[in-house]
Write a protein that binds this ligand. Sequence first.
Ligand code: SUG
Length: 452
Amino acid sequence: MQSIREFNFDGLIGPTHNYAGLSYGNIASAKHGKKSSSPQQAALQGLAKMKALADQGIGQAILPPLRRPRFEFLRELGYHGSNEQLSELFPTVDPVLLATCFSASNMWTANAATVSPSNDCSDGRLHLTAANLSSTLHRSIEHPSTSRLLNFIFADSQHFAVHPALPSQAGLRDEGAANHTRLCPLGFENQTDGLEIFVFGADPLAPNSAAPETFPARQTKLASESIARLHQLDPENTFFLQQNPTAIDAGVFHNDVISVGNQNVLLCHEYSFVDQTDQLQKIRDQFQTKFKQPLHVVEFNSGELPLPVAVTSYLFNSQLVTRPDNGMTIFSPLECKKDRSALFCLDRLIQADNPVDQVQFIDLQQSMNNGGGPACLRLRIAMTEAEIGAVHQGILLTDNLHRQLVDWVKQHYRKRLSTADLCDPALPGEVERALIDLAEIIDSPKEVLLDV
Ligand code: SUG
């Protein structure tokens, strides 16, 4: 086994970040629908988070925003004309369709793909599968461009296997790494394979199985199993857990809103999984057998953290990361600092016997208003030194790149954007010019970012 270390690939929040209330089952999205957003502030908040992690010595990279509006989508639905002609038609297009093709939802890169490091995959390559995101219209249009981007960044097929999204079928709904966790022994650098935990919301092949009643289950068991097969994972070290339907109906639309794992620590709520006690025991047993050490499971009950507070504070959407000194920092949303239950839980986590010894609060209010916390904004990719050398280098965050991106955002992004502003025929041109400049900053062909 080779030594691997984790990078967080954060979505660089795009210039059309807006609140359109498009995500049924995501309470924050519904609550803020039609309010004005600040794309500039959103992107700067995201960049500040990336800098905070990089300053702790943690690997950090960016995934560029996808081009919006996605004119192709309007053409697929029967609208005709050049981009300019379509822009003139915007006021006549249904507002939901317009918001769909303008959505900046690709910022939440935890939903871009599922990733298995090379140590876990039997062909010794790092595998990535783009997520079809077929549960919501506005997110279902992401994967063709996401795949293209992943193929550009992870082009070296000696090291990487990039799989296209699973077919966009109801039985194969997939939301990527937000429903996937990897556990292994503690270590900033690590030389083992890991346990891969997939969490699904429903099993359409077993119609009588538990399922949420109010909100949709966005991940199916068949999708999770298919990805594990594609990634050539060892079945002994691969687990499929069902998310508790009560949690989905309370607004927990992804597993990363109710549980977070990192190496030898797993943080969850008592309502995270179906048959939770037995399922967690199986994982604990396999961890102990394989690694000859215990897994630290920290579980909060509803008395400590009521489900609705788990959703508003987004405590479980914290980023739990291992620092170069092998301590762990939990990067939590600022909302946790304002909530007594969340603060109590963080304190209990720090006091308990486990490697987590620091909390850092992060202000991501612009993304949080759409239901996207710290963990939603990043895709974790653990790589060997050779793999790090093989990815497109222009997206690895340095102080210089961070500075350039801050200036780029200030130059190109609007300070305010309402859903009515999406009709402005000038907006597509602004985005195009921003992406052309970004291509130069990250040393990418402009065709990749312009998706032409
Ligand atoms: O898919 N919100 C996203 C939030 C994704 C959060 N990701 C993770 N938990 N990993 C979603 O529901 C809102 C868009 C709008 O309403 O304009 C939105 O798509």
